[in-house]
Design a protein. Structure first.
Lengths: 283, 234
């Protein structure tokens, strides 16, 4: 009896080992899930957004598994360096400074910075950024770095926040004259306060977003990401995802996402998913 | 000119909070899990440290004091980072954010709990020990059967204070990526900026209920274990 048990145990363990050997690799994706429409949590607490759906689609196309982990923006690069996270996907602007500690993918997104002001403040972009003004930005973002490099020497006061919503709230409360942030999240913020906030103008920084992995890509993840993005663009799914995520209201995207996500994760068909998602948000 | 308040707390705003309550409670569940883990860890280690400080020979007692000094002196968020990033980088031990939070906050709490237990141990009259030894109990048995049970009973008042304190500390765990109630609140705020104030008021209310319930339970235990004439509260 005992012998049989030992044999069975050994067999199970053996099978387990074989299974582990054959299983698709699993990568941990770190993201600061608080930056719609690139990544945010739905009313039910599910993670969605352009970055995340792109990662999910690439995983499907390139045959690996991902686990999306939410963490503070500031902590993602340290976590990648420490080997706790394999991929950073959180609207990271590619910079030389970051490039010294992590390796970026090819750029997948171009962005400029927007200057958001209160409606009725009468501030143009130029006036909002002149000497003596208080301008808010999210700490560690390129918007904050840009203000520090270009405006602080001229006498603009930079106020930094842990998250973007905090900066917007201080702008609404009258403690700031303007907030500088990437164009797409800025549009989302303005949409949430109709008649209260407006975009005074754009700062053309021509930044490029990239996914990032550990320095030198020791696990060989980047070729898979590049191949996946190429396939998405070739099939047209890429443009459909952009149309679905950039424009419609968050509530609409959430409802559509919930309806369609099984096409991506279950049927594993990114193109069909992107088509269905777009059709659903357009309804 | 100063703008009008940007988030008026109307009934309509409060109604919009309702659907988010389940998500917040899910986050609060994680805080409670961290709390249970850290307070249990802190209790066990705290008693050991207190016994070391009170009864161990000099060098060992010094180790206990140094431990308490370290964990009481370093800010919580630094401890969290040390355990989360430090353990995996320096010693190659894979720790999840949750485990790191329980370890960091639990060991920190143990240092505080040790002070509570130490004070209680020292407040037991020396005659008790002498009487126990005179009855033939060895020093270890005298401590565990006579001194410690009395000391623990006396510790309850201070312990309820520590409970309230560490319960709120669990909200720091988001710093290393544990998705607890503060993070759930941030999600809601991220998709619905105008709900910022009502959501945090809701979180505050949840913690008020939890601290009340916890302190009530500890108070009930204290009442049950009370020995007339030997209370801490008079």
């Amino acid at each position: 009896m005992r012998k049989a048990l030992v044999l069975v145990t050994a067999a199970v363990l053996g099978l387990g080992l074989v299974a582990v050997g054959q299983r698709a690799p699993k990568y941990v994706v770190g993201s600061d899930i608080n930056w719609a429409p690139f990544e945010w949590a739905s009313a039910k607490g599910q993670y969605l957004g352009f970055d995340l759906d792109v990662m999910r689609a690439i995983a499907v196309l390139e045959g690996f598994e991902i686990e999306i982990v939410d963490m503070p923006f500031d902590s993602i690069i340290p976590a990648v360096v420490a080997g706790k996270v394999d991929i950073g996907a959180s609207g990271f602007t590619i910079t030389a400074e970051r490039g010294e500690v992590v390796t970026f993918s090819q750029p997948y997104w171009k962005s400029d910075q927007a200057v958001v002001v209160r409606v009725g403040s009468g501030l143009t972009k130029e006036k909002a950024l002149e000497a003596g003004r208080k301008v808010g930005a999210q700490r560690g973002t390129t918007g904050a770095l840009w203000i520090e490099d270009n405006l602080v020497p001229q006498g603009v006061v930079l106020v930094e926040y842990e998250t973007y919503p905090e900066a917007v709230l201080d702008l609404l409360a009258g403690r700031l004259d303007a907030v500088v942030q990437d164009v797409d999240p800025s549009k989302m913020a303005v949409a949430q306060y109709p008649g209260k906030l407006e975009i005074a103008g754009l700062i053309e920084t021509g930044e490029e977003f990239g996914f990032l992995v550990a320095l030198g890509d020791p696990k060989g993840i980047l070729p898979k990401i590049h191949a996946g993005i190429a396939k998405l663009k070739e099939s047209g799914a890429w443009d459909l995802l952009i149309e679905a995520y950039f424009g419609p209201s968050l509530a609409k995207i959430e409802a559509a996402w919930e309806k369609c996500i099984s096409i991506l994760l279950g049927e594993k068909n990114p193109l069909k998913y992107a088509q269905a998602l777009l059709a659903e948000v357009k309804k | 000119m100063f703008p009008s308040p940007s988030f008026p707390l109307t009934a309509e705003t409060w109604l919009r909070v309702g659907p988010y309550i389940p998500v917040l409670l899910r986050g609060l569940g994680v805080n409670i899990q961290i709390l249970l883990g850290l307070i249990a860890l802190g209790f066990v280690v705290g008693i050991l440290i207190a016994l070391l400080e009170v009864y161990a020979p000099r060098p060992l007692a010094f180790v206990g004091s140094a431990y308490a000094w370290f964990f009481r002196g370093v800010p919580e968020i630094v401890l969290l980072f040390l355990f989360y990033f430090g353990l995996s980088r320096t010693f190659n031990i894979p720790v999840s954010p949750f485990l790191a939070a329980v370890l960091a906050l639990g060991l920190r709490s143990s240092a505080y709990q040790a002070q509570i237990f130490r004070g209680a141990l020292l407040s037991i009259p020396h005659g008790q020990m002498m009487a126990a030894r005179a009855l033939g109990l060895g020093p270890v048995r005298a401590i565990f059967h006579v001194i410690l049970p009395q000391a623990l009973r006396l510790s309850l008042a201070g312990w309820s204070n520590e409970f309230s304190s560490v319960l709120k500390d669990t909200t720091l765990a988001w710093g290393i990526g544990v998705v607890e109630v503060m993070r759930q609140a941030a999600y809601i705020r991220g998709r619905d900026f105008p709900l910022t104030l009502p959501i945090y008021l809701t979180v505050a209310f949840m913690f008020l209920v939890l601290t009340y319930a916890g302190n009530w339970a500890i108070g009930a235990v204290e009442k049950r274990l009370r020995v007339p004439g030997l209370e801490t509260r008079r």
